[in-house]
Design a protein around this ligand. Structure first.
Ligand code: EPZ
Length: 417
């Protein structure tokens, strides 16, 4: 079994360069099939999630050429094949092929990966959007067939500002006849990145990044060149690590406004953060003050940083609270933090953390991607050695995490046991 082994309490200094955003890349790769010709997407992180999506492209007879951080995607000879379970369940974001194949061919048959450990994660809002555009949705078990004689622009209100539903409806609507308005749309930066890509192809999307997105359908989309934005969640993860064990640890190639909520909370707990145009410098403060956090949709405090931030709050003096409002089961890291010596209790959707507590290295499990990131951060500050299993969860979303941490002084290695 592959594990990460971390020897804790080593100071981190130097510079970590942030990679392209996983949660933009996993939408951009399916979106590329909407064009009639080849597109190049650069700054794509080399992680198992993007590899899995490229496998799906190749299964659909799409030309894929990977050159380090760039992918050249040529859909000119692609086929609209049914996406079997083996492909769909590799990652949840495979569901973006629903919107892309529906938008291109007016028909898609694929399985829905279903929920994962952090919650049920239904796709009712995605399907509601497709039906509003004129598609008929039928399902048999977890296999969905979505098809339309014609896709027509519609006014769609999202009961929840869902990131996935917003993007998937955009993908289905870009070639529909007429104008689509998405109200209560999600405003995450990744949505803006996808809209920019589609507009570079010739789409007519306005308002991405606001609650109301207007999409005027076009007939043809052409190939283009596009760059993935830096990963704000990877950046935030390393910023938290820098707050806990940094000595002028530079987190480079970021968009500071994308991590504004985190910067505000880090300052609130006592961090002095040096901010540049595309970087921050993190140094551990003498002590951490407690605070309360409530996760929310962008630009609120991101749910994806709730788990890493919990580790920091175990070192804060007094009582802190974290309320998770997005997912119903995103506290599985807490049992393992308590195993290492933390003092955290959970009631309903709120974790209460008493600190500071001394964390002592032990054997823990990455229950999901960001819980795994939390285990890495805990290992960096714990006394002694921490071993993390189930690390495929971590490698899905953090490009070269071992190499990046070693380069700034962490004692971490990936090993078979
Ligand atoms: C995206 O997931 C991200 N994943 C998640 O990051 C992130 O946590 C989430 O947005 C919120 O920011 C990707 O982009 C691949 P949602 P997504 O639709 O699109 C409910 C990570 O760690 N909902 O905004 O699935 C859903 O159950 C991952 O990188 C419905 O009820 O998020 C959840 O409670 C984890 N019906 C909430 O909305 C729907 O049709 C947020 O879901 C869709 C969603």
């Amino acid at each position: 079994m592959k594990v990460l082994e971390i020897n804790g309490k080593h100071e981190l200094s130097g510079s970590i360069r942030i990679s392209g955003a996983k949660n933009a890349s996993v939408a951009l790769i399916p979106a590329a099939i909407l064009a009639e010709e080849e597109s190049t997407i650069c700054n794509v992180p080399e992680i198992t999630d993007t590899d899995a999506l490229c496998e799906i492209l190749e299964y659909l007879n799409v030309g894929v050429k990977r050159a380090s951080e760039s992918i050249i995607i040529d859909p000119s000879d692609m086929k609209n094949l049914e996406l079997k379970d083996i492909y769909c369940k590799k990652l949840r974001a495979s569901y973006y092929f629903m919107g892309a194949l529906l938008g291109k061919y007016k028909k898609v048959t694929m399985c829905f990966p279903g929920g994962c450990s952090i919650g049920k994660r239904p796709i009712n809002l995605h399907l509601k959007g497709f039906e509003a555009l004129g598609a008929i949705v039928s399902s048999e078990g977890n296999k969905y067939n979505v098809e339309a004689d014609e896709l027509r622009g519609a006014n769609i209100y999202l009961d929840f500002a869902s990131v996935g539903a917003t993007i998937n409806i955009m993908l289905a609507a870009v070639k529909a006849k007429g104008v689509t308005i998405i109200d209560n749309a999600a405003k995450e930066p990744e949505i803006v990145n996808v809209a920019t890509f589609l507009n570079s192809m010739g789409a007519k999307i306005m308002g991405a990044g606001t609650s109301t997105i207007r999409i005027e359908g076009v007939e043809i989309l052409h190939g283009c060149f596009h760059e993935v934005i830096p990963d704000r969640i990877e950046a935030g993860t390393y910023m938290i690590a820098g707050a806990l064990c940094g000595n002028r640890l530079k987190i480079d190639n970021i968009i500071p406004t994308h991590v504004e909520a985190l910067i505000s909370k880090l300052q609130e707990v006592g961090c002095e953060i040096e901010q540049g145009e595309d970087y921050v410098v993190m140094t551990k403060p003498a002590q951490f003050k407690s605070t309360n956090i409530k996760t929310g949709v962008y630009p609120g405090f991101p749910t994806d940083l709730q788990q890493p931030f919990t580790v920091l709050l175990t070192q804060a003096k007094g009582k802190s609270k974290i309320e998770e409002t997005i997912y119903e089961n995103r506290f599985m890291h807490i049992a393992y933090l308590n195993l290492l010596g933390a003092d955290i209790s959970v009631k309903n959707q709120t974790a209460t953390i008493f600190g500071p507590t001394t964390l002592v290295g032990g054997h823990v499990v990455a229950t999901d991607l960001r819980a795994g990131a939390a285990m890495v951060i805990a290992g960096l500050i714990a006394d002694g050695t921490t071993t993390i299993s189930n690390i495929d969860h971590i490698l899905r979303g953090y490009e070269e995490i071992v190499e990046k941490l070693i380069s700034v002084g962490a004692k971490i290695e990936s090993k078979e046991i």
